[in-house]
Write a protein that binds this ligand. Structure first.
Ligand SMILES: Cc1cc2nc3c(=O)[nH]c(=O)nc-3n(C[C@H](O)[C@H](O)[C@H](O)COP(=O)(O)OP(=O)(O)OC[C@H]3O[C@@H](n4cnc5c(N)ncnc54)[C@H](O)[C@@H]3O)c2cc1C
Length: 429
């Protein structure tokens, strides 16, 4: 550490070592990956995300929209969630994954979710090592269909005991599968929230299933299937792209199924394995949310820091007022906390022999709630300008707001993390 002499001759510490991501030490290899991803996030994602945000939902997915330019450039640049990790050791893989996804979230959260959802079917085909499904999903724009108009949080209820005491049965929802004679036949509709719903070519679906014995087991819990479905099959249709508050660069919308038939070998988890498979898929999504939210919050913090060094009030730059320094300190602490939590959840999920979505859900809540707090405070530092569309903060605020419902509503996930801890306590008695 360099030391400098003050005018009075005393020695004071120099500034600490920091990386792009603050107080940590990266290896040279990690820094190279981070720099390359940051450049893509800064030069491609950020401007395109802002441009798409201003379009209507229809315009944003029309031919010639910046959304398609973004997807093309991402593919050409080798940026994607389905990249083959090669022989990277798992611990390093977890670190790199967290570093890369934070940068993408810094660029644009909606586009990051779109990239993640695009790769989801292929990732799950790889998880189960099914070569036919890997080839079927390779290079295709994917989506994850789980929620439905009448089945939002209910689809995340892994254990029958989570049901309200007055409910005799679980909820099979509006989109279901019948599994018989070597086929899976799907009927119904997804929610309007399916990320990439209007543009996806292939889906991984997590839905209730009847294996010939009804939709519910003896305990009243729905049976299910996780199945990969090409979305150009007869009987598939789409709703209108959804107009919404935040993450507007992410196309969302309903997908409808009218007697859509796929072979049962397209299932990635079925029968008694379904809930374990669904849990594994969902925990993969949960860690990604924490990493992206960290990037979003860092973007908001950096913009607030920059503005605090431009805006003068009370006879000084905002950054020269101690009250503002205090507020910047709180934001910086929150970003550090988010990064630590997201990295820990990533490492656990990559390395653990038994990962769990109620744990990754807990990390998702910490990160997305803090991202919202940071974006809110950054907007506040901008004062009235924070509210206008001329400045970048109101978009980040809207994007962060959506994340508190996306991939599981935060109060509900918090409740599930408490429930998981209670299960662990009871198991330890
Ligand atoms: C940006 C974004 C992207 C998304 N992407 C996808 C996607 O790719 N694929 C997909 O399938 N879905 C996706 N979703 C849907 C998302 O997963 C759901 O919105 C979320 O799970 C909540 O479901 P819901 O909206 O139906 O709310 P509900 O489940 O109806 O919840 C409404 C309220 O009731 C409370 N509540 C619900 N159940 C209980 C309970 N048992 N006990 C106590 N309180 C309860 C909740 O806490 C919440 O406040 C996305 C959503 C967003 C916002």
């Amino acid at each position: 550490m360099t030391q400098k002499l003050d005018r009075d001759g005393s020695v004071r510490p120099g500034l600490p070592h920091v990386e792009l991501t603050g107080f940590e030490i990266l290896s040279d290899d990690e820094r190279v990956v981070q720099d390359a991803t940051h450049k893509f996030a800064r030069d491609v994602m950020r401007p395109m995300g802002i441009a798409i945000d201003k379009l209507s939902a229809e315009e944003s997915i029309a031919p010639g929209s910046p959304y398609w330019d973004f997807m093309r450039i991402a593919v050409e640049s080798g940026i994607g969630f389905d990249a083959d990790p090669g022989d990277v050791p798992p611990q390093l893989l977890a670190r790199l994954q967290a570093i890369v996804i934070e940068e993408l979230g810094w660029g644009d959260m909606g586009l990051t979710v779109s990239l993640a959802a695009a790769a989801f079917a292929n990732m799950m085909a790889k998880r189960v090592g099914n070569q036919e499904l890997i080839e079927l999903t390779e290079g295709k724009l994917g989506c994850w269909i789980a929620t439905q108009p009448d089945r939002g949080s209910d689809g995340t209820m892994l254990y029958p005991d989570e049901r309200h005491p007055s409910a005799t049965q679980g909820n099979k929802g509006n989109l279901t599968a019948k599994v018989s004679g070597g086929d899976i036949v799907i009927n119904g509709q997804s929610s309007a929230w399916v990320s990439n719903g209007p543009v996806a070519q292939v889906a991984i679906m997590s839905i209730a299933a009847d294996y010939g014995d009804g939709f519910f087991d003896d305990g009243g819990h729905p049976r299910g299937v996780e199945v990969i479905v090409p979305l150009d099959l007869p009987g598939v249709s789409r709703g209108k792209p959804l107009e919404k508050l935040g993450q507007r660069a992410l196309p969302q919308g309903e997908v409808y199924f009218d007697n859509v038939k796929v072979p049962v070998r397209y299932a990635v988890s079925l029968g008694d394995d379904y809930w374990r498979g669904h849990a594994s898929t969902w925990s993969t999504a949960g860690v990604g949310m924490g990493q992206m939210a960290t990037g979003l919050a860092r973007a908001a913090f950096e913009l607030a820091m920059q503005y605090a060094h431009e805006r003068r009030q009370g006879g000084a730059l905002l950054a020269e007022h101690q009250m503002v320094q205090y507020r910047l300190g709180t934001m910086a602490r929150n970003v550090e906390t988010m990064r630590a939590v997201a990295r820990r959840a990533t490492e656990y999920t990559v390395l653990s022999p038994a990962k769990h979505p109620y744990y990754t859900g807990g990390s998702k809540v910490t990160c997305t709630d803090l991202a919202f707090e940071v974006a809110d405070e950054a907007l506040q530092i901008f004062g009235g300008y924070g509210l206008t569309r001329e400045y970048p903060l109101e978009k980040l605020f809207r994007d962060a707001r959506a994340a508190r419902i996306e991939d599981g509503e935060n109060h509900l996930l918090n409740m599930k993390f408490g429930y998981l801890n209670a299960l662990l306590y009871r198991a330890s008695l």
